[in-house]
Design a protein around this ligand. Structure first.
Ligand code: PMP
Length: 330
């Protein structure tokens, strides 16, 4: 019989898939690592599993304990998967601007979600951070992983994401391109690839125009999950060889093209990373192998990036749409 013991055992081992159409005119091989094929649908399943394991080993999380984290998205799903299997309670804190569907996914996995008002100052006890801090203090046996500072987050990528890229390219990877949010993915996977290749693999970070990693001042952007207005502890700024900035319009146009032309239904941070990867690959010879990490699925963005009205309403062209059947039949 071939089976796994539980869904949580399916984390990692995601495939590399070659790009064919958006790479027109590019000689190098560009491979996308599809993280939406993790069981919770994103790269965050990796850090969640590791942070829970480490907390157990260090005695910070004990039987009957509660995981409390301010998250409304992918990290919450990953933590809920890991927690459910081991019988921990999960309490997530989310701001009220987060869509109902995202919160319903967390609740479906058995998590409790506390929604906090956005219209209060950040130092208010009612704020996102105020409420999560109070829950951690007052719930007995509560543990807050904190993905921005938890060393288990980059460590999980050092132990899994990096080695998978090296093994699946048989050591032929020359460039790795990774979007930067908390910085955990690039710091862990990038460090492994630098070490195993004696510095030969070029590590390229990507963030939205306006975010601090590429020299921005924290100006707002719409792509989700990447970019910061502060420097998290889990980001090592000395690691990347370069950090490229990509704007929302390019990120979303590429996200749409990846679905329409490569059959990859991905989130906006994937379109952002692929845009940067193609810029890097454009100047490379045919024997170069560029690996770009695609953090999550497009399912969570159907009402935004994949919705023409939303795109037009935010000043973006719904790129990639050809003529309609009516246009063709005239
Ligand atoms: N894309 C998405 C959709 C994410 O949720 C995240 C995580 N915040 C990232 C990219 C960036 O990964 P990291 O936090 O490891 O830098």
């Amino acid at each position: 019989m071939t089976y796994v013991d539980a869904v949580a055992d399916l984390v990692g081992g995601t495939p590399l898939v070659r790009l064919h159409h958006v790479t027109e005119g590019i000689a190098a091989t560009v491979l996308v690592k599809l993280e939406y094929l993790n069981p919770g649908g994103s790269v965050k399943d990796r850090i969640a599993a590791k942070m829970v394991e480490t907390a157990e080993a260090e005695g910070l999380l004990r039987p009957g304990g509660t995981i409390v984290e301010p998250t409304s998205g992918n990290t919450g799903v990953g933590l809920a998967l890991a927690a459910q299997r081991k019988g921990y309670r999960c309490v997530f804190v989310a701001p009220d601007k987060v869509g109902k569907e995202k919160l319903d996914v967390l609740r479906a996995y058995g998590a409790e979600v506390v929604v906090t008002p956005s219209a209060v100052p950040p130092d208010s006890p009612e704020s996102y951070y105020g409420v999560s801090d109070r829950l951690v203090r007052e719930i007995p046996g509560a543990y807050k992983p904190d993905q921005f500072s938890n060393p288990g987050a980059p460590q999980s990528h050092y132990e899994t994401t990096g080695p998978e890229i090296w093994a699946d390219t048989a050591g032929q990877v020359t460039h790795v391109v990774i979007g930067v949010g908390t910085g955990g993915t690039i710091t862990g996977a990038g460090r492994y690839l630098k070490e195993v290749s004696a510095g030969a693999v070029q590590v390229i970070g990507v963030d939205p125009v306006g975010s601090v990693y590429s020299g921005g001042t924290g100006r707002p952007y719409l792509v989700e999950g990447v970019g910061e207005d502060m420097w998290p502890a889990n980001y090592d700024p000395d690691l990347p060889d370069a950090v490229l900035a990509v704007d929302d319009a390019e990120s979303f146009a590429m996200t749409r093209r990846l679905a329409a032309e490569e059959a990859m239904l991905l989130g906006g941070s994937s379109g952002m990373a692929v845009t940067a990867a193609l810029r890097v690959a454009a100047d490379l010879p045919a024997d170069a192998v560029v690996v770009v990490l695609a953090p999550d699925s497009g399912r969570g963005y159907l009402g935004k990036i994949y919705d023409d009205r939303w795109m037009l309403g935010h000043g973006f062209a719904p790129a990639g749409d050809g003529p309609s059947v009516a246009d063709v039949l005239g």
